[in-house]
Design a protein around this ligand. Structure first.
Ligand SMILES: C[S@@+](CC[C@H](N)C(=O)[O-])C[C@H]1O[C@@H](n2cnc3c(N)ncnc32)[C@H](O)[C@@H]1O
Length: 279
């Protein structure tokens, strides 16, 4: 088994040689073959649960493994719904998953929420959104571009969440998207995001760890932005003092059993700074 730093060095060489998409394709086929039996059994036992095309799942999750797509989707959705269920839900309460991919999390959310809410999902991958629109009912799905804006009015949402999306963006996109999320959130609205934090620092090379420790965003680019091989690492210092600096941070911890951190924060009320003890 290769360690993370070796994987990084190999992927850096493949990016330079413009061979990363070929390697990604081969890894996708490998995942498909390796999980063939388990996936077939899953589909036999879950006839009413449509799964996305394998290439879309591999693009978003780096594996094609339907039991994980299901279980991790339910677990992540439970974390999100537990947070939203603590909110005062009024009529027309609106929730957006930005970067929803092929629906792994948002498709479970309605069943886990105590109250009726309007659900929206967006992604810059048109194929994922098209698949969601056809296969996941009761949620409005829209395509956005790599860069903002989203097509929503200011203060439209009570909650915006983004799981493993900032983890694949440049510093410029962090700045632009956090402002965009702030624009579309109501005052007092919730933002929930995940980041590559302290549990992922074993992946960093020493110069990257130095940047991380000094509170700078570490970005590994040289490939299409927003894709899984484009990676960003966020020290808690960066999140507190930069990314979420204009929000009231309510909670930071490990996101479910994953290696990512979760951050829950609230858009400031106009002229009324308040904090709530959350989890
Ligand atoms: C690692 S996947 C996570 C998908 C989903 N959030 C989940 O956890 O199941 C990252 C997703 O972010 C999407 N994405 C990346 N950059 C984006 C952007 N600028 N706007 C919207 N979606 C983006 C990708 O297309 C992909 O679906």
């Amino acid at each position: 088994m290769m360690n993370f730093q070796t994987v990084h060095i190999i992927s850096k060489i493949l990016k330079k040689l413009k061979l990363i998409s070929v390697a990604d394709y081969i890894l996708g086929i490998h995942s498909l073959i390796k999980n063939r039996k388990i996936n077939r059994d899953f589909l036999l036992n879950h006839k009413d649960f449509p799964v996305p095309p394998a290439r879309l799942a591999f693009d978003a999750y780096g594996n094609i493994h339907w039991p994980s797509y299901f279980d991790q989707g339910v677990n992540s959705s439970t974390v999100i719904s537990d947070i939203i269920n603590k909110e005062k839900i009024t009529s027309n309460f609106k929730v957006l998953e930005w970067g929803c991919g092929p629906g792994r999390i948002i498709r479970h959310l309605r069943n886990l929420l105590k109250n009726d809410v309007e659900l929206y999902g967006s992604d810059y991958n048109k194929k994922s959104i098209k698949w969601n629109q056809k296969n996941i009912k009761g949620i409005q799905f829209i395509v956005n571009q790599l860069e903002p804006p989203l097509s929503f009015q200011p203060a439209f949402f009570n909650c915006v969440y983004a799981i493993s999306v900032f983890t694949h963006l440049s510093e410029e996109m962090h700045t632009q998207w956090i402002q965009e999320i702030e624009r579309i959130l109501k005052p007092g609205g919730l933002i929930i995001i995940t980041t590559h934090g302290d549990l992922t620092t074993n992946r960093l090379l020493s110069h990257e760890k130095h940047l991380y420790d000094s509170g700078k965003l570490v970005v590994r680019g040289d490939v299409k932005e927003g894709k899984k091989w484009y990676q960003a690492y966020h020290s808690p210092k960066f999140v507190r003092h930069n990314l979420l600096k204009s929000f009231d941070i309510l909670h930071n911890g490990r996101f479910d059993s994953s290696i990512q951190d979760i951050w829950v924060a609230r858009k400031k009320e106009i002229g009324n700074q308040f904090t709530i003890n959350f989890i």
